[in-house]
Write a protein that binds this ligand. Structure first.
Ligand code: PMP
Length: 455
């Protein structure tokens, strides 16, 4: 056998051995997952992962192996463990689906778990829907969106001097987030997610083989991350930090100064900043956090949507703001998977731009205040939201399990979103600010079930 053949044979053997070891590792990870579920522990244990990372780094030095490659490989293994251990987690979506099934059986449900406004889109949307057929919008179109809409967005929902080339229309901010994570990063890369967080960031990363490093924030520190926490999480594989203010689920924003510092840190480490600003129009005006657009950072990706401020969740339309080289990468996957965003819906969104969203923001603000009052009245513990349409609360009861509570509450006709869907927050739950009458009704039931269960 020639030298090369001999080496190839060895490579084959080693690769197959590694696959066998992967199987053994995955089986053990599953067993740990079952044990964690029984003990009520969360899937990801950052401390254990860090300890393993340190051991791998040490080993790399001893055996003279490139550390970055080894850490990427470790990230893939850690992600596999997270995947096999993540089944069965309750999210706002799984509760919503259960609630819907109960409704189909004829049960009345008050939806305090939903992530959408409970009012209709502006009247102009109805007119536009009636017009669109005759206007002829209904063919295949440009992947990045129709020019009228891209132009219309600048100067209305996006302020500042943003070139049209920096805007791409997407079927919702969710798809924009998916495109950004999938096309800008490579397997083994790391992203920083500040928790509690909307679960899709983590899920998109897992799907693309990207490792999520979470920063846990607390109610005690008003859900604000510190620059120190961020710096401690960054290493040579860190490629992106995700921001979402006003935040889902806490409704909190951060001080502009902290955002300045986060952007500065991202620049120093050459990180992408993915700023999900879907709730930007729903903020308390005295606390208004300015968009990441203002920093003119060439590695920023800002996602926005018509879903919340125009109550157009089911229309599936949003957009992204980024430098053309980033848009180019994202649009390739959009072209591959969609061809283009529905033209009729783009036309409708264009017409919606003429609507003054302050009206719906005011409605949401009133509902948010009603929710805060009602939550205070029944003694929930929380930080008052600065925006969005949620409140993230816990109770005064020790060992309170929000997942079990939400199951019990659903039996009594009220759906809430358990905290475990947003990270390591089993004792918290999210309530959506809905119409005041229904909200009151729901909160009375919530209070009753709470007292019955814990007093
Ligand atoms: N980002 C956040 C933080 C959200 O809460 C949601 C919806 N719940 C989305 C993005 C998705 O928005 P869209 O409907 O535009 O896809």
């Amino acid at each position: 056998m020639s030298d090369i053949e001999e080496h190839r044979k060895k490579i084959e053997e080693i690769t197959l051995e590694m696959i066998k070891l992967l199987k053994t590792r995955t089986d053990i990870a599953k067993q740990i997952g079952d044990a964690k579920a029984n003990l009520g522990m969360t899937v990801t244990d950052e401390e254990r992962e860090d300890a393993l990372r340190t051991q791998v780094t040490k080993l790399c030095k001893e055996i003279d192996l490139d550390q970055s490659t080894a850490l990427k490989f470790l990230n893939l293994l850690l992600n596999e463990s997270v995947k096999v251990q993540s089944d069965g987690k309750q999210t706002h979506l799984s509760v919503f689906l259960k609630a819907k099934a109960l409704e189909e059986e004829g049960k009345k449900i008050i939806h305090l778990e939903v992530g959408e406004p409970d009012f209709k889109p502006p009247e102009v949307v109805k007119t536009a829907l009636a017009e669109v057929y005759d206007k002829g919008y209904g063919k295949y179109g440009p992947t990045k969106g129709i020019t009228e809409l891209r132009k219309g967005i600048v100067g209305t929902v996006v302020s500042g001097d943003v070139p049209v080339e920096n805007i791409m229309i997407c079927p919702g901010a969710r798809f924009a987030v998916y495109l950004a994570i999938t096309t800008l990063l490579n397997p083994g890369d790391e992203i920083i997610v500040i928790e509690p967080a909307w679960p899709a960031y983590k899920d998109c990363a897992l799907n693309a083989g990207i490792k999520v490093r979470t920063i846990k924030t607390t109610l005690e520190t008003k859900w604000e991350p510190s620059i120190e926490q961020i710096n401690n999480t960054i290493n040579e594989n860190t490629k992106m930090i995700i921001l979402n203010y006003p935040n889902n689920p806490t409704g909190k924003t951060i001080p502009q100064k902290l955002l300045d510092n986060i952007i500065q840190t991202a620049k120093e480490h050459d990180l992408y900043v993915l700023s999900d600003e879907i709730y930007d129009m729903m903020q308390e005006t005295d606390l208004w956090l300015e968009s990441v657009v203002k920093y003119n950072y060439e590695k920023s990706i800002i996602t926005k949507s018509f879903s919340k401020s125009y109550a157009m969740t089911g229309y599936r339309i949003g957009f992204v703001i980024a430098e053309p080289y980033i848009i180019e990468k994202m649009s390739k996957l959009q072209a591959l998977s969609l061809t283009n965003v529905s033209e009729p819906i783009q036309y409708v969104a264009l017409q919606a731009l003429g609507f003054d969203t302050s009206e719906s923001s005011d409605i949401i603000s009133e509902r948010r205040q009603a929710l805060v009052k009602s939550a205070k009245d029944i003694g929930l513990e929380f930080v008052e939201p600065d925006g969005a349409m949620y409140l993230f609360a816990k109770t005064k009861y020790k060992d309170f399990d929000a997942t079990k509570f939400s199951e019990k509450l659903l039996e009594q006709g009220v759906a809430i979103a358990p905290g475990e869907g947003f990270g390591d927050y089993k004792e918290f739950f999210r309530i959506t600010a809905i119409d005041e009458t229904k909200l009151k009704e729901g909160m009375i039931i919530l209070d009753t079930v709470l007292k019955e269960s814990y007093e």
